[in-house]
Design a protein around this ligand. Structure first.
Ligand SMILES: Cc1ncc(C[n+]2csc(CCOP(=O)(O)OP(=O)(O)O)c2C)c(N)n1
Length: 636
């Protein structure tokens, strides 16, 4: 059979296609995804789940005129394949290639670069309001998963949309999963709607419209049943969306392109905002992913066995920071029954499943609700518990104000374990955890730490849980280094000198420490001897260490896998200024004032001089500069 997918240059090519042709395209998209994602770690199960939904949407609307926002953005691969990016698809998540999330630089179909969950409905309401004011007669659609739906901001958006009363559509893509099974009251509510299988839109205009569209079986009989059930749903409170001012349709089968197209055409005519509840299965069409959608959310690369099982490539690698963190948390919980752990739907990413099993009463998955997670932790801390918020650095950004008000302003001892700190490489700018030092160190009552190796991590957690205000501990998504040395205990605001050299000093915070030691070793072979200091604390920074560096060495290089602006190097310069010390030979390595694009980690590090070779080269430059400075100003 001749393939259709490679010939699609634009989503408008889908419009004239028959249902059979669209179904063929769905199969071809699924094959393309399975073939590529076997050899490239990427979002998998969520993309397989929205193949038909993508085709139904793009074959019904023209999203060059209309507007489409996918929540989070991890499920836009099928969209990429039907919007002129089929030929480049093999490059996804590689340097210079397609991004694993929507990217307006790639296509006009991708309106926003996103990767954080929950904001699609707000953005869509804004787009709708803007297009209304600009007099455009187009339509707006947001697609949001049931995992993201309980995020507080979604309710803020729905509240606003019902007030604006504009025509727009929210597609609720219900696959019963966040990354792990979804949790909470909204989840139970959606379960009720799924099992009722009712069409609760019983308002007369909706009834008459449904009547015109023979969607499922005998329309009259079906409709009477639906109305009856809809009224029942109304009686037992199942009309939550209607109460919010949305017309609710569904649930419908999200793998049936024909049914979805009929509904999409119909809801387009409905006045005011509509919520279309679509049922999909994560991993649909690829048995291993459908059976284990948690693992197949973002699986490592895999092969297929003769029996049709997915066999993951690569053996066990060394223990990751995330695992050390998990073990340290479990250990603390065993010894102190006041310690609790809170995750915002990242139980799997944070490898917390064993903690959930062992301490079901002190483990809290609050859903994709980071702001709530932090305020909730504040509440627990206030009444005497020692909550640990285990969260990715980038997602903690969602709770900035709660860190300020509910934690720091109250002086409460909440511990933040910031996973995925630093560059997350192939995910790209939406996921790099590079802002945390800058945004956390501004708050009084907040200690900011980063371990130089695995040993520091557990010790920092121990320190944090006996400290009386909030502490953050940031670590990367990497196999953990274990740097052999006589361990110095963690003391508030104290660094650790790992190697002594008299020519200069490399002062490193967190992950790049091993590279700094390697750089020092390389420089030693060239006759340049530098001290390497494990800073441990961004805040309070070790004031004695700063003084020593600036009085004993010709140059200092600070190294951080974080934004330079407001980060560790900035803290170093501020402390130098406090002590009225000259900073003319301080060189800062970190991330300049720009977003870092996706690429392999080693590629990004090399670009930013954050690898051993880069650190060594900055040291050499620093020596050259200090020699020049000495020539110009013999007093210096
Ligand atoms: C603010 C934020 N928190 C956490 C995540 C991590 N994350 C990525 S996808 C996902 C699950 C999303 O579930 P759902 O919205 O139901 O979409 P599905 O993948 O099931 O289609 C989570 C928690 C994120 N991207 N953004």
């Amino acid at each position: 059979m001749t393939k259709i997918l490679p010939t699609i240059k634009n989503a408008l090519d889908l419009h004239p296609m028959s249902l059979d042709q669209l179904e063929q395209v769905a199969d071809e998209i699924r094959d393309t995804l399975c073939n590529l994602l076997r050899i490239r770690a990427a979002h998998f199960a969520s993309n397989l789940g929205v193949v038909e939904l993508t085709l139904a949407l793009h074959s019904t609307f023209d999203f060059l005129q209309d507007r489409l926002i996918w929540d989070t953005g991890h499920q836009v691969y099928p969209q990429k394949l039907v919007t002129g990016r089929y030929d480049e698809f093999q490059t996804i998540r590689t340097r210079g290639g397609l991004m694993g999330y929507p990217n307006p630089a790639e296509s006009d179909y991708d309106l926003f670069m996103t990767g954080h969950a929950g904001s699609s409905v707000s953005t869509a309401v804004g787009l709708r309001s803007g297009d209304d004011l600009m007099g455009r007669d187009n339509y707006t659609v947001a697609v949001i998963g049931d995992g993201a739906f309980p995020s507080g901001i979604v309710f803020e958006a729905i509240n606003n949309a019902s007030e604006l009363k504009s025509k727009m559509l929210v597609v609720l893509n219900d696959n019963e999963m966040s990354i792990c099974p979804r949790v909470g009251g909204v989840a139970s509510y959606l379960d009720k709607l799924r099992t009722n299988r009712v069409y609760s839109g019983v308002k007369s205009e909706v009834v008459s419209m449904l009547n015109k569209v023979p969607v499922l079986g005998d329309p009259t009989e079906r409709l009477l049943f639906q109305i009856k059930e809809g009224v029942k749903a109304g009686l037992h409170g199942g009309m939550m969306f209607e109460e919010f001012g949305f017309k609710y349709f569904g649930p419908i089968d999200g793998h049936d392109i024909g049914v979805m197209k009929k509904y999409l055409k119909m809801v387009r005519e409905v006045d005011g905002p509509v919520l279309l509840h679509v049922i999909t299965k994560k991993g649909h069409g690829f048995q291993p992913a459908a059976e284990d959608p948690v693992f197949f959310h973002t699986p490592p690369t895999f092969d297929m066995s003769d029996e049709g099982d997915a066999v993951v490539n690569g053996g066990a690698s060394s223990k990751a920071y995330t695992n050390y963190a998990r073990d340290a948390i479990a250990d603390q919980m065993r010894h102190n029954d006041k310690v609790t752990v809170i995750t915002a739907a990242m139980c799997q990413g944070n490898k917390l499943e064993p903690v959930r099993e062992e301490f079901p009463d002190r483990f809290f998955d609050v859903g994709i609700c980071e702001s709530h997670a932090v305020a909730f932790a504040g509440g627990q801390a206030k009444v005497g518990l020692r909550p640990i918020v285990d969260i990715y650095s980038t997602f903690l950004q969602r709770s900035y104000d709660q860190i300020f008000q509910e934690v720091c302003l109250q002086g409460l001892p909440v511990t933040f374990m910031l996973d995925r700190g630093g560059l997350t490489a192939t995910d790209g700018p939406t996921h790099h955890g590079t802002f945390d030092y800058s945004y956390l160190r501004a708050f009084p009552n907040m200690v900011v730490m980063a371990p130089g190796d695995a040993n520091d991590l557990g010790a920092m957690l121990d320190f944090s849980l006996s400290h009386d205000v909030a502490c953050s501990i940031r670590y990367p998504k990497l196999a953990a280094e274990e740097i052999s040395r006589e361990l110095q205990p963690i003391e508030l605001g104290k660094s650790e000198t790992l190697s002594e050299g008299s020519d200069g000093a490399i002062v490193c915070i967190g992950t790049p420490l091993k590279d700094c030691l390697d750089a020092a070793a390389q420089l030693a072979t060239e006759g340049i001897n530098v001290s390497v200091i494990n800073a441990r604390f961004v805040k309070p920074i070790d004031a004695d260490m700063v003084k020593r560096c600036l009085t004993e060495f010709d140059f200092v290089v600070t190294v951080e896998e974080a934004m330079l602006m407001g980060g560790f190097g900035s803290a170093f310069l501020e402390e130098a200024n406090n002590q009225r010390l000259s900073t003319v030979n301080v060189h800062r390595i970190g991330i300049p004032d720009e977003f870092v694009h996706h690429a392999q980690r080693h590629e990004v590090l090399a670009d930013l001089k954050l690898d051993a070779a880069g650190v060594a080269s900055v040291c050499r430059d620093a020596i050259a500069l200090s020699t020049e400075t000495a020539k110009v100003d013999p007093v210096a």
